[in-house]
Design a protein around this ligand. Structure first.
Ligand code: KG4
Ligand code: ZN
Length: 389
């Protein structure tokens, strides 16, 4: 089965083609056209500019995804598009395009929640791919082996045809993006319970705002990560910021006070903003404060809900220090829990993750629901504040 994914919720125009590989998604192409340069001079995403760029890029991007996958439109079995949440003028371009293609090509169309896409990026992780690959190779070896007892062999083969993902439920996913900071408990595919959320700014938003305070570029996350090397944290300027809500006893977050602490600290030391060591030390201490809170709450929630897997999702999950430090803590404190990371290219906004989520929705549907998706182009609408579920 082939799935075309389309994503335009923010400032990336993205299209991808994935193939299901015996129940697991494998990426054939993943094209992302970023508008970062366009928005950087405004210090953030301008919705109408984003929509104009999406409109310009959407067809070439879809075309490239199909070409790179070496497939043709007739081969596509399902179109999956981000329906929300996001910027409405931006979402509108992707959904309109997906609806038009669904109508023209007579293909079923499914709307996907952007965060569900981020979560399902984990199902195209390196670990998952390696596990599926080795299971396929075992299966092939088994099939080629001499039949000792044909009946037993047939039974074993039956068992082996269902490949097992290393992601076992219940799973806890730390979702950290520009708009979301959530701990999402999943007891099964597509079953979400938000057990913690931010009370104010999202983690990515805090990175972006602090980068602006420190006169770093946009988007702020990669800029902070670039200057915040480990050895710069204990600089002579000794920035020390709070770890908001770290001992609150629940799984909620708050990053607005941390951002204000950085603002006051830099205001007090305004003359040092041109000093590279000062900026690097402040960025590193801010990043560490965010990582400490995110890691501690994730571990506590994983313990409380006795999960078998912890996953990371969203743009901030591209942060190498967060990936490394959370992994180390899990190894020590939850040695029996699997730790799954999406590859960095699938951490940031992309359409492979949207296609993957669409695929997992599709396989759970009844034939009637699948048939209904052929008419979905008539009614599917973008929804800026779509809820996960
Ligand atoms: O998921 P995403 O690409 O878009 C949304 O759905 O919001 O996330 C974008 C966010 C931005 O706030 C960006 O600064 C942050 O992810 N980000 C990072 C890193 N790369 C992107 N934050 C921290 N470290 C990074 N390396
Ligand atoms: Zn995103």
């Amino acid at each position: 089965m082939l799935i075309l994914g389309i994503e335009t919720s923010c400032d990336e125009t993205a299209a991808a083609v994935i193939r299901d590989m015996k129940g697991s998604p494998s990426v054939l192409s993943n094209v992302v056209s970023s508008q970062i340069k366009l928005h950087a001079k405004w210090g953030g995403v301008v919705p109408n500019l984003a929509a104009r760029e999406h409109l310009k890029n959407i067809l070439p991007v879809i075309d490239e995804a199909i070409q790179k996958a070496s497939v043709s439109p007739e081969d596509i079995d399902l179109i999956a598009v981000t329906r929300g949440p996001g910027l409405i003028p931006a979402l509108f371009i992707g959904t309109q395009e997906a609806k038009t293609l669904s109508y023209l090509w007579e293909k079923p169309l499914i709307g996907v929640h952007h965060i569900e896409g981020h979560i399902y990026a984990n199902f195209i992780s390196d670990k998952v791919r390696a596990s599926i690959k080795s299971q396929i190779s075992n299966l092939k070896q088994f099939q080629n082996s001499k039949p000792e007892n044909p009946e037993q062999k047939a039974n074993e083969a039956k068992k082996l045809t269902k490949l097992k993902s290393p992601i076992e439920f219940p799973t806890l996913c730390l979702v950290v993006s520009g708009g979301h900071t959530q701990l999402v408990l999943m007891k099964d595919h597509l079953k979400y319970e938000v057990v913690g959320t931010t009370l104010d700014d999202a983690a990515g938003e805090a990175f972006d705002k602090v980068a602006r305070i420190l006169n770093l570029g946009y988007p702020g996350g990669p800029e902070i990560a670039r200057v915040a090397t480990r050895d710069t944290r204990h600089s002579t300027f000794d920035a020390k910021f709070p770890r908001p809500m770290i001992d609150s006893g629940d799984f909620n977050f708050s990053f607005s006070g941390l951002k204000t602490a950085v603002l006051y600290f830099t205001k007090k030391n305004e003359s040092l903003l041109k000093n590279k060591e000062f900026v690097a030390g402040t960025a590193a201490e801010f990043q560490q404060a965010v990582i400490d809170v995110l890691s501690q709450k994730t571990i506590a929630a994983a313990q409380k809900y006795k999960v078998k897997t912890v996953m990371l999702a969203g743009g901030v999950s591209a942060n190498e220090e967060l990936r490394r430090q959370l992994g180390e803590k899990i190894k020590i404190r939850l040695p029996d829990t699997a730790y799954i990371l999406p590859p960095i290219s699938y951490s940031l906004d992309n359409a492979a993750m949207i296609a993957a989520a669409g695929y997992f929705r599709w396989v759970k549907m009844t034939q009637k629901n699948k048939d209904d998706l052929k008419n979905n182009w008539k009614t599917l609408e973008a929804d800026a504040s779509l809820e996960l579920g």
